[in-house]
Design a protein around this ligand. Sequence first.
Ligand code: SF4
Ligand code: SF4
Length: 420
Amino acid sequence: MHREEVVEGSPGGGARFAPGDAALVAPEGLDEMLAALARLGYETSGPTVRGGAVVPGPVASIEDLPAGWHDEQSPGRYRLEHGEDGSLFSWAVGPGSFKPELFPPVHELWQARRDGEGRVEFVAGRGSSRSKKRAFFGARPCELAALSVLDRVLVDCATPDPFYEGVRRGAVLVVAECGAPASTCFCTSMGGGPEAVAGFDLALTELTDGDHRFLVRVGSALGAEVLTLVTTRPVTAADVAAREAVTERARSAMDGRFDAAGLAELLAGNIEHPRWQEVSERCLACGNCTLVCPTCFCSDVRDTTDLSGTVHRTRSWASCFDRDHSYLHGGPVRVSVASRYRQWLTHKLSSWWDQFGTSGCVGCGRCITWCPVGIDMRAEAAAVCSPASPARHDRLAQPEPRRPTGADVPAGAEEKEALP
Ligand code: SF4
Ligand code: SF4
């Protein structure tokens, strides 16, 4: 029997669930779910409409969710429109991801000060004390995939990030599967969606064929505990078919949008391709793409001293589009915009594999929508890796791709003359 075909639920809550089970929940049941999370001590963030976009914010009831909102996205363009349908999750990801909850844009790591006897004492920085019990409600499957990419960078490493790890371990993930991808989405090419496969506590699929309802799948014991506190009813074969129709529609809308096969090797073999220079003529090096990306993790650490003599060590997000981000012993390594764009794209799609054993891109499309000049990374990667590319076969013939070094930067070199 398909595990989701019939699962006992009971009106009024109280049904018992285990990972792998599923149940049907009415929209009001999501209110119960949010209340249950609050009762269990979780601070919940979820999709809200703010500043003309769907972005994560505090969510206490379904009144806070983007009911009836739909988006329209294309390179460099995002618009929200309100409909009368009352669906809660008929939009694709907006500019904000859940990354800032775990990896804050500005985070004071610690303070150091002298006590009355002149000894230096270290105390945790502001921000480190925030509750680690968070619920991420309505996260998309690509968000889940992004967190698993970040886990490899910030947890599965020699020196795990304690704040990220603490929040991650304490978090409840309630995923909303995707039924309305934007034209910029390509998660099917990167393995990020549209279904949630693993790593969630609860996965919702919104069904709007007739009765407005949610098919909820249980992914963990914690998810089962939460669902136990919600009014449910059994799932029927028709509900299962409706869910499959939703994800299949999303999948077929995205299929074929981006061919990622062999991309890592092709990009590594094309580091002198003329397209890097061409894209740099349009790129503003503003770093928007890195700020909206749910997997970018570059940061800068600075120490400042206040008037009382207390030292504050603060970490803040950085961007590889910033000229000084590559500053090494006397100057930046990547002087030209072309070299910075190349660094960003090849790291995401190629050298991330060497470092972390995964792609650095989950196909959420944010960098495309929020690029002010509408640069589409899919088009850039495809142009560099096209079989018709003049540089491709020459460079692939080399035993090792040549990587830029500081020695490549001639003193006083003009930007855009070379790719240092
Ligand atoms: S590189 Fe772009 S599409 Fe890929 S995960 Fe980052 S923002 Fe999303
Ligand atoms: S690709 Fe677009 S968003 Fe990224 S730095 Fe260039 S102009 Fe800014």
